[in-house]
Design a protein around this ligand. Structure first.
Ligand SMILES: Nc1ncnc2c1ncn2[C@@H]1O[C@H](COP(=O)(O)OP(=O)(O)OP(=O)(O)O)[C@@H](O)[C@H]1O
Ligand SMILES: Cc1ncc(CO)c(N)n1
Length: 272
């Protein structure tokens, strides 16, 4: 039997189970990848929002990465909520020490309800220390504005922002369109590989249950890279995964509920 692909998530814990480490591990499992985690912070969170954040010392994250990297091995990893510049530096040191290249950076900054998941003074470290190590970076529109320093209104602005983000050293970027024009009936995620743009157009699903969409999308992308997929193929699968997960929502909680991490498996089962 060939060895199972292994993915690591370096992110925060979401007690509500829809985002963060929990969403990542569920997604890895659904895509037949062995999942591991290095926790950066514990959030007190449900579908109504984040009520507290308890960051871990950066050594705790660093040691978790070292423990799994030196023993189980990592084919691809993603970063999510990193919270502080110290944690970003520690994660970057480990990525360099292991010479990992299949690195997805989801530059998580703010939770849906507005709680800060990244200290403002850590943005610079994210841009200057982590982006150069990223194989693919997956900002939403507000995050792309912060990283690029541009205000993004049109698709042309998005292209310019993607170019600037790649200029910081990221190999490829996907600027996600979830936050664009809420009334439109389509969503465009823009992929840029440093040379060419690809627009991934999908149907916007009218729902408030979109908690953890970004985490789930970047986790699916990481799982596909761990299995050896090419970048654009991995992006397409991740889109299909999140589309199904939003479409077949679970209707849980009183606020922004989680997506359905089982949905893609059911979709594949139905097409067989
Ligand atoms: N209502 C929707 N219908 C269909 N696809 C969606 C919808 N909302 C988001 N997506 C898709 O989900 C993925 C994540 O996009 P989004 O812009 O919501 O990320 P995010 O803001 O980082 O998410 P979060 O911070 O909640 O984890 C993208 O591929 C996007 O196209
Ligand atoms: C722990 C955590 N990471 C990321 C997000 C962004 O969705 C969240 N809400 N919580």
């Amino acid at each position: 039997m060939s060895r199972i692909a292994r993915a690591l998530t370096v992110a925060g814990s979401d007690s509500g189970g829809g985002a963060g480490i929990q969403a990542d591990l569920k997604t890895f499992q659904e895509l037949n990848v062995y999942g591991m985690s290095a926790i950066t912070a514990v959030t007190v969170q449900n579908t109504l929002g984040v009520t507290n954040v308890y960051p871990l010392p950066s050594e705790a994250t660093s040691e978790q990465i070292e423990a799994v990297g030196s023993d189980l091995g990592v084919d691809a990893l993603k970063t999510g909520m990193l919270f502080s510049a110290d944690i970003i530096e520690a994660v970057a040191d480990q990525i360099r020490a292991f010479s990992w290249t299949q690195v997805v950076v989801d530059p998580v900054m703010v939770a849906k309800g507005g709680a800060s998941l990244l200290q403002p003074e850590a943005v610079r470290a994210l841009r200057e220390v982590l982006l150069p190590l990223a194989y693919i970076v997956t900002p939403n529109l507000p995050e792309a504005e912060v990283l690029s320093g541009l205000s993004i209104r049109t698709l042309e602005d998005r292209r310019e922002a993607a170019k600037r983000i790649c200029a910081y050293g990221a190999r490829q970027v996907v600027i996600k369109g979830g936050h664009a024009d809420e009334s439109g009936d389509r969503i465009v995620d823009l992929y840029y590989d440093g040379e060419a743009f690809t627009e991934l157009v999908g149907r916007r699903i009218p729902t408030r249950h979109t908690h953890g969409t970004g985490c789930t999308f970047s986790a699916a992308l990481t799982a596909e890279l761990a299995k050896g997929a090419l970048a654009l193929d991995a992006v397409r699968t991740a889109r299909a995964f999140i589309q199904a997960a939003i479409e077949q929502g679970l209707e849980l909680g009183q606020g922004h509920g989680p997506t359905n991490h089982f949905a893609y498996r059911r979709l594949l089962g139905a097409s067989r």
